[in-house]
Design a protein around this ligand. Structure first.
Ligand SMILES: *Cc1c(COP(=O)(O)O)cnc(C)c1O
Length: 408
């Protein structure tokens, strides 16, 4: 693994762009070509043979955009450096990236996956349905070693996890994995807060759609790993076609430049909101990870749907990681596709809300949350019959002392 000689913030701005000045350029060139003219078909044949044999990034001029694209390659280089990885391979979305990892392992006959809940809803769904021919064993971190079989090709965890922000000790799980590759979904923490490869993970997955892009206008996924694994992923990507569009690669590389600044500022606001929510009698429980971050999850005493309906500044929408704040109800949206019983196993309560804190002023965000929480309590009180849960909850919340501790 490379140890960057320059600081993280400097790498965020310069990695993947070192050659620009020598090229007489300042902004990154956006190469939208799908194909590349080449009069030397013997040379092209050799490049295709080399890629088919090894999966190494082709030398010399690109051949075809499903194989290789120079703008996307810059984003891959930048992200690899930030994660402390030898390589990174970009895909059309986070789910395309996870699919490529599963296919790469299944192709070796290693179809069994060990995974820890909760995971992002669609990751849970992909593993649980076995849509790609894999089979999953769900366990907790302590059960990983016992769940591993001879045909286990992957162990997967998310930390902090979507949506409860539960944390996993990556070093301990990596130890339990032995030779089986551990994949850590690092979408929520980003390499600003956590670099799982340094803790024993073999693969780091990102939904680049979230913090890496950072502006809610680009979809992508990426896996950071050693060059050996990257070669297989490039071959799977070439054969299955889940490529990242060059414009997305351009926007994601641009996003990396501000990643440290955005994540730190958004995390500071999120920590402050978590503190205020934890002291609020209308809130039953707050989830905020030890490592920090810009996501806050909380369970309300009143009706969570009323909070979603009442926010004005924060956008009621699924997804996360943008410069503007978003809030959603995981049981209805991000984790709707997960079976209700499995949601419960993963600790995803019907009362849980998940907020992605943006770059707005924290006082404005609090004012918005405060009025939305008031609306949720008012509405439970208005509609409740004396025997209903809502009335009990509203009464309980009115009586609850301030200073509910932040759930760890
Ligand atoms: C959104 C998300 C994904 C899936 O990524 P897409 O880019 O939407 O395909 C995977 N993992 C986590 C933690 C996510 O939040």
């Amino acid at each position: 693994m490379e140890t960057p000689s320059r600081s993280f913030a400097t790498e965020a701005v310069h990695a993947g762009r070192e050659d620009l000045a020598a090229l007489g350029l300042h902004a990154v060139p956006l190469d939208l070509s799908t194909t590349y003219p080449c009069a030397d078909s013997r040379g092209e044949a050799a490049r295709i043979d080399a890629f088919a044999a090894t999966g190494a990034r082709p030398d010399g001029p690109p051949v075809y955009s499903r194989l290789d694209n120079p703008t996307v390659a810059r984003f891959e280089d930048g992200l690899a450096r930030l994660e402390g990885a030898e390589a990174a391979v970009a895909f059309a979305s986070g789910m395309a990236a996870l699919s490529a990892v599963l296919l790469a392992r299944a192709a070796l006959g290693l179809r069994h996956v060990v995974a820890v809940r909760p995971l992002y809803g669609c990751s849970d769904h992909l593993l649980n349905t076995g849509l790609l021919g894999t089979e999953v064993t769900w366990t907790d971190p302590a059960g990983v070693a016992d769940a591993i079989r001879p045909d286990t090709g992957l162990v997967m965890v998310e930390t902090p996890a979507n949506p409860t922000l539960a944390e996993v000790d990556v070093r301990a799980v990596a130890y339990s994995c032995g030779e089986v590759p551990l994949l850590v979904d690092n979408t929520f923490a980003t390499p600003v807060l956590q670099r799982p490869l340094g803790q024993g993970a073999r693969l780091v997955l990102h939904s680049a759609t979230k913090y890496l892009g950072g502006h809610g206008d680009v979809m992508g996924g990426v896996v950071a790993c050693d060059e050996d694994f990257a070669r297989t992923l490039r071959q799977v990507r070439f054969a299955t076609g889940g490529v990242l569009h060059p414009l997305a690669g351009y926007l994601l590389l641009r996003g990396l430049s501000t990643l440290p600044v955005r994540v730190r500022a958004q995390s500071a606001s999120a920590a402050e909101l978590a503190r205020r929510l934890a002291a609020d009698p209308r809130v039953a429980r707050v989830h905020y990870p030890r490592i920090g971050g810009a996501m806050v999850a909380f369970e309300v005493h009143g009706d969570p749907h009323e909070v979603i309906a009442a926010v004005r500044l924060t956008t009621p929408a699924v997804s996360l990681g943008s410069v503007d704040s978003l809030i959603q109800h995981p049981a209805s949206i991000s984790h709707r596709i997960v079976d209700p019983a499995d949601r419960r196993t993963g600790g995803i309560s019907e009362k849980l809300l998940r907020m992605s804190v943006g770059l707005e002023d924290v006082e404005d965000l609090w004012a918005d949350l405060d009025q939305a929480l008031a609306a949720s309590v008012r509405s439970s009180a208005d509609t409740a019959r004396p025997t209903s849960d809502a009335a009990t909850d509203a009464a309980a919340s009115a009586a609850a002392p301030a200073g509910v501790p932040v759930a760890r």
